[in-house]
Design a protein around this ligand. Structure first.
Ligand code: TXA
Ligand code: MG
Length: 359
């Protein structure tokens, strides 16, 4: 299949003509797939109410079909076509955070195919704020089911080039609207229980949600905490967001992390490995590493989230076989960054003190 890459202005307005959006809408209405930018990551879109389109999405991603898709809407009224009931708290959250990086889970209507929800009785819905995503949904007239537009298991795409890397030859069209502002996926909140529960942390934080609707629960698996139950969002069960190299998080003070990283980098290089390190601006990185990437300042978590997946992909393209990174545990957006990092590292977390003492 030939994959068409069309550039589109990020700031497109509701009455700006766009032949790219017209072409994309035609593909979607015909049951085909279009990758498009959102404020979080690029999505791989198809008609949410067409089970064949949902199947095409799973095929293109190489994704297990029990992992449900998020349905993207551009008009709050369309929520009633998808959800069989919408609690008051959801209306409050929609008023505050839509359009934006918040996904809410509702009991589904029977019109929503099982192929879209991975057989679940619930449906995930979000209204993106990125003008290209928003206009694509509005102008195509299609409710768009879209997972992140990466091959299953790879880091989510935050630039059209990342989508092209993974999807060329697999889908008919990629809309290039430039780099994504936030860089990590939306916050997912389950509203099917009395107390809403965060299933995936994101830019909309626990504190923001609590201020809006009171008590908020958190899926205990989010931070890789010990839990006997699997994560409630099926997608959080898979190794995810991961670079090809084996990544390890080293926890500790900036000085001890610098020392422990130097020890680890030396050992890996002695073993003939190509080594990457991923650090904040504040962290001294080991100069002997083959690939060094600086995410940004700890003072600016948005810069860190915007850079994260791009840099993980750079380690892949530069052939890093082992990667060491510092810990980004923190409040707010830090929770979401650490959640992705822990999964990218396959839960490998070491203490800097231990590394230094074992030397
Ligand atoms: O920011 C985002 O949410 C991006 C952009 C494209 O909108 N989309 C995205 O989709 O991250 P995806 O498919 O990569 O992740 C969707 C997550 C998965 O972990 C999935 O298991 C969960 O949402 N999910 C979807 N429907 C669900 C449901 N009914 N119940 C629980 N979890 C659900
Ligand atoms: Mg994904």
């Amino acid at each position: 299949m030939e994959t068409k890459l069309l550039t589109i202005a990020k700031e497109i307005k509701s009455n700006d003509p766009s032949s790219a959006l017209e072409e994309a809408g035609e593909i979607l209405r015909g049951g085909g797939l279009v990758a498009f930018p959102t404020e979080t990551v690029y999505g791989l879109g198809g008609d949410a109410l067409d089970p064949e389109a949902a199947k095409r999405i799973y095929d293109a991603k190489g994704r297990p079909s029990d992992n449900p898709l998020i349905v993207h809407i551009a008009d709050e009224k369309d929520l009633n076509r998808l959800a069989s009931s919408v609690p008051e708290k959801a209306k409050i959250l929609a008023d505050l955070f839509w359009p934006g990086p918040l996904t809410m889970i509702f009991p589904k209507k029977k019109e929503v195919p099982d192929a879209t929800t991975g057989g679940l009785a619930t449906v995930a819905v979000r209204m993106p704020s990125h003008p290209v995503a928003y206009e694509l949904i509005r102008r195509s007239g299609v409710l768009i089911a879209a997972p992140s537009a990466n091959l299953s298991g790879r880091p989510s795409p935050t630039r059209a080039e990342h989508v092209a890397e993974d999807m060329t030859g697999r889908i008919p069209m990629i809309l290039d609207g430039g780099p994504c502002d936030l860089g990590i996926e939306s916050t997912i909140v389950d509203l099917t229980s009395e107390v809403p529960m965060i299933l995936r942390p994101g830019y909309i934080t626990e504190a923001m949600l609590r201020e809006a609707v009171g008590e908020i629960a958190i899926d205990p698996t989010i931070l890789g905490l010990e839990s006997k139950t699997p994560p409630k969002a099926p997608g959080m069960r898979y190794t995810h967001y991961a670079p090809k190299g084996e990544m390890t998080i080293i926890e500790g003070s900036a000085e001890s992390v610098a020392e422990a990283m130097a020890i680890k980098v030396r050992a890996a290089k002695d073993a003939g490995k190509r080594v990457g390190v991923l650090v904040s601006k504040e962290q001294t990185a080991c100069e002997r590493a083959d690939v060094v990437r600086v995410l940004g300042s700890r003072e600016d978590p948005l810069m860190i989230s915007a850079n994260l997946y791009h840099m993980l992909r750079e380690f892949d393209s530069l052939g890093a076989e082992v990667i060491y990174t510092e810990s980004f545990a923190g409040e707010g957006l830090g929770t979401a960054i650490m959640n992705r990092l822990i999964r990218a590292a396959g839960h490998r977390v070491l203490s800097a003190e231990d590394i230094i003492n074992q030397r």
